[in-house]
Ligand binder design. Structure first.
Ligand SMILES: *Cc1c(COP(=O)(O)O)cnc(C)c1O
Length: 395
């Protein structure tokens, strides 16, 4: 089957959805699957459903499906919790691997929660750790022998700029640092060769390009050859080797499953499992090629139609993830005006209008139409309407 596969999604009529990089749409059938889980399994089978409905196996099954999309071996990806939690776990485990070093290296473009989690962990350990955040283009230079862990998000959430995963991981390893990749804007967006990169850890979320729904469980990858020596900071019972042995001492599972913490969110996992059906038979190379066609076309159209907008993403499609950002002083109001006309993107402070390209359910006609509507909003200054000026809690 070729792309797009719009028939697999429940998109509201009249909407061009360019925000699948933030919250993917509802896959058809997912709601029914969740409904069955709620009424038949929870309602009908009650606690027996952990066994009878296969709930207990679900986190690992879904992890294996995600592994297939990020170039990881089956069994190397655990699911659950939120991405922020998974960042904390990966970082805490990575620091334990380099007890003589005190520097965590990230970059100034990283998503705030990743940096906040690092700050919180540094405070908890209270052993003089330091978080360094050079500009993204200076990261490679900053990987020195002082660095314990390099923690980067591969695709920048604001600009879409992409780090060279293989080169940076190699550089980190050359100085003896541990590598953590955040794949929040990579999983389902760009081909990832996680095993090939040799990185020790990766984390990501599933409600963006993977369409798992709001609050969908996150994932964590641990390189299989090191997992037996990883010390989980959040040593919950479901990361224990034998949760139902109820042993008084923590003893981690002999797999990535040790990075699990507590009871898995079954309804969310069912939604995610259903959402992953849309990826059956699609190669990430095919998705990448289609996404580049869409984003290149969008840039051409917007630059021709809206000269006051400035491209805030790398111009080279190879250096970009699956999103395109434009800077515009009145970006917030302009995005509200655009959304009001059925073209949904989002805004990131201070002035970024962000558009995600998700070839599972977008085609070239959609992006041309989106650019036409954007031209109306900008050219006729429709964004000046007072109703577009008030900021909501979520932008
Ligand atoms: C979306 C995103 C998050 C969000 O974390 P949650 O815990 O899922 O809210 C964190 N980090 C990055 C890099 C992201 O893109």
């Amino acid at each position: 089957m070729t792309l797009p596969r719009k028939h697999l999604f429940d998109l509201p009529p009249g909407v061009i959805y360019l925000d699948g990089n933030s919250l993917g749409p509802l896959p058809k059938g997912a709601a029914e699957r969740a409904q069955r889980t709620i009424t038949d399994e929870w309602g009908g089978q009650l606690i027996r459903a952990w066994n009878s409905a296969g709930w207990m196996a679900l986190p690992q099954q879904v992890g294996d499906r995600i592994a297939g999309l990020i170039g990881a071996a089956p069994g190397s990806v655990a699911t659950g919790d939120t991405l922020s939690i998974k960042v904390y776990q990966a970082l805490a485990a990575a620091l334990k691997m380099r007890p003589d070093r005190r520097v965590i290296l990230s970059d100034s473009g990283n998503f705030p929660s990743d940096l906040y989690m690092a700050q919180g962990l540094i405070g908890t350990i209270d052993k003089g750790y330091e978080l360094r955040t050079p500009a993204p283009q200076d990261v490679a230079e900053a990987i020195t022998e002082e660095v314990a862990v390099v923690m980067l998000t591969q695709v920048d959430y604001r600009s879409g700029r992409m780090h060279d995963m293989a080169a940076i991981t190699a550089r980190a390893h050359a100085v003896g640092a541990v590598m953590i990749w955040d794949l929040a804007h990579s999983a389902g967006a760009v081909p990832v060769d996680l095993a090939g990169s040799n990185a020790e850890f990766a984390v990501g979320c599933t409600y963006k390009y993977l369409n798992g729904g709001p609050g969908a469980p996150a994932f964590i990858y641990v390189r299989p050859d090191i997992v037996d020596n990883i010390q989980p900071a959040l040593s919950g019972w479901l990361g224990h080797d034998a949760p139902f042995a109820m042993e008084p001492e923590y003893r981690p599972a002999m797999a990535t499953e040790r990075m699990r913490v507590g009871t898995p969110p079954i309804v969310q996992l069912v939604l995610l499992d259903a959402a992953l059906d849309a990826w059956e038979g699609v190669s990430m190379a095919e998705v990448r090629a289609a996404s580049q066609v869409l984003s290149e076309r969008f840039i051409r159209e917007v630059e021709a139609r809206c000269p006051t907008l400035r491209l805030a993403s790398p111009r080279d499609p190879q250096a970009r993830g699956s999103q395109v950002s434009f800077a515009f002083d009145h970006g917030y109001a302009a995005m509200q005006a655009l959304i009001d006309r059925g073209v949904i993107g989002d805004f990131r402070a201070p002035d970024i209008m962000r558009f995600g390209f998700t070839p599972l359910y977008l085609d070239e006609a959609d992006v041309v139409r989106a650019a036409e509507i954007l031209e109306e909003v900008i050219g006729q200054e429709l964004w000046r309407d007072p109703k577009y000026q008030t900021r909501s809690r979520v932008t």
